[in-house]
Ligand binder design. Structure first.
Ligand code: SF4
Ligand code: SF4
Length: 180
């Protein structure tokens, strides 16, 4: 093992011992889900291949470091800028499940009520219509002009299916997230 490999190998343990606070709930939950972000060596391959990062302030390398260091990552706005395209995860030389980590952290944040008003609105629409973007009058009219039925073959048209979706969302306690 050369010096660099030795440094990388030690770095994981360095981060583990020096930076992780026991009460870092995020870390513990990631660990339980089998996601090991401590392997990150901050190479930047992820941020270099992130299309969202070209248009927003998202720096996924920094986000992973934030998740390693602090529970405050739950309030990091960049958490919500990832489009889950998986570019970063495919390229990570440490084979870290980056996107799965982001999704897990989002889920923890959401269950703690740390969620944007826009997301709450999407949840409300899902709970009511079974669609994040329900069809509106203008689109129904366009469909009719094209000789189509007013409603597409989705839960919009099938009330029974919509009720099943609502039951599933109920089991997931989705409404609890917006009630917080
Ligand atoms: S590509 Fe992987 S190892 Fe490199 S900074 Fe990103 S998460 Fe860390
Ligand atoms: S999955 Fe998210 S963080 Fe990764 S490259 Fe795509 S947008 Fe960037």
């Amino acid at each position: 093992m050369d010096d660099w490999e030795q440094f990388i190998s030690n770095r994981k343990y360095y981060i583990t011992e020096k930076m992780i606070m026991k009460e870092n709930n995020v870390q513990e939950q990631l660990k339980e889900a089998g996601i090991d972000i401590l392997k990150c060596m901050q190479c930047g391959m992820c941020s270099g291949s992130c299309p969202s990062g070209r248009h927003t302030s998202l720096n996924v390398r920094r986000l992973i470091r934030h998740a390693i260091r602090s529970q405050d990552v739950l309030e990091d706005e960049e958490l919500w800028m990832c489009t889950t395209c998986y570019n970063c995860q495919e390229r990570c030389p440490r084979c870290i499940d980056i996107v799965d980590a982001i999704l897990k952290i989002r889920s923890i944040a959401a269950h703690k009520g740390i969620i944007l008003p826009e997301h709450k609105q999407v949840i409300k629409l899902l709970l009511e219509y079974g669609h994040a973007v329900p069809i509106d009058e203008a689109n129904m009219k366009k469909r009719e002009e094209l000789g189509l039925e007013r409603f597409p073959e989705t839960v919009h048209k099938d009330i029974e299916a919509l009720n099943e979706v609502k039951k599933l969302l109920n089991v997931c306690k989705l409404a609890d997230i917006i009630d917080q």
